[in-house]
Design a binder for this molecule. Structure first.
Ligand SMILES: Nc1ncnc2c1ncn2[C@@H]1O[C@H](COP(=O)(O)OP(=O)(O)O)[C@@H](O)[C@H]1O
Ligand SMILES: [Mg+2]
Length: 180
């Protein structure tokens, strides 16, 4: 007689999390812009295809550190029609990613600047939670550290440090999960 153990539970596939860190020293605005293009290539390889939620990238650094400059490089790489601006009053801007440029189920790029945000509820009232729950969104947030505790664990972080007039240190961090 053979004995088989029955279980109604589907076994979990063991997953490992690896922390990835990439540092880049930018010597001029163009290099920060180009790092934006590199970031899109990296997202193509590393962002999860079958996500159930949006992918968020938090941009952290003082005024003039180059966060918006990076966004311009991203817009160029994705051939977005509208220009990236430094928002003054509008804090959330949606861009449709042209069909040929789409990857990993992303359809919209969002550029959010929360420098002037007073509280998370302000963002909620603009529908931010719905944006986060929608897997077709690729969301970049300038000053994302202000709402860090509300962001998912798989948020990518880029810290910008001003070294001198034309030099910036960019530090990218993300967690990569893979099946062991
Ligand atoms: N290596 C560099 N990378 C990015 N910006 C630089 C660099 N060197 C000088 N700058 C200048 O710093 C400013 C960055 O502005 P911006 O991208 O709007 O910053 P932030 O969005 O972080 O406030 C621009 O005026 C840009 O010309
Ligand atoms: Mg900016």
């Amino acid at each position: 007689m053979t004995m088989t153990s029955k279980t109604s539970k589907i076994p979990k596939i063991p997953q490992k999390i690896k922390k990835i860190k990439i540092e880049f020293l930018s010597h001029k605005p163009l290099e920060t812009y180009q790092f934006g293009g590199f970031l899109i290539d990296l997202l193509k390889m590393e962002s999860v295809f079958n996500r159930s939620e949006a992918q968020i990238i938090s941009l952290i650094g003082n005024l003039g550190a180059g966060k918006t400059e990076l966004m311009k490089g991203i817009a160029q790489k994705l051939k977005l029609k509208d220009r990236i601006t430094s928002p003054t009053f509008v804090i959330m801007k949606q861009f449709k990613i042209p069909r040929q440029q789409r990857f990993n189920n992303f359809k919209y790029l969002w550029h959010i600047d929360i420098y002037r945000l007073q509280s998370f509820s302000e963002l909620e009232s603009l529908g931010f939670k719905e944006l986060m729950a929608d897997k077709s969104n690729l969301i970049f947030i300038e000053w994302g550290d202000k709402i860090k505790k509300y962001l998912p664990k798989n948020t990518w972080q880029i810290k910008f440090k001003i070294i001198n007039k034309n030099t910036r240190l960019l530090q990218l961090d993300y967690e990569k999960s893979f099946i062991n």
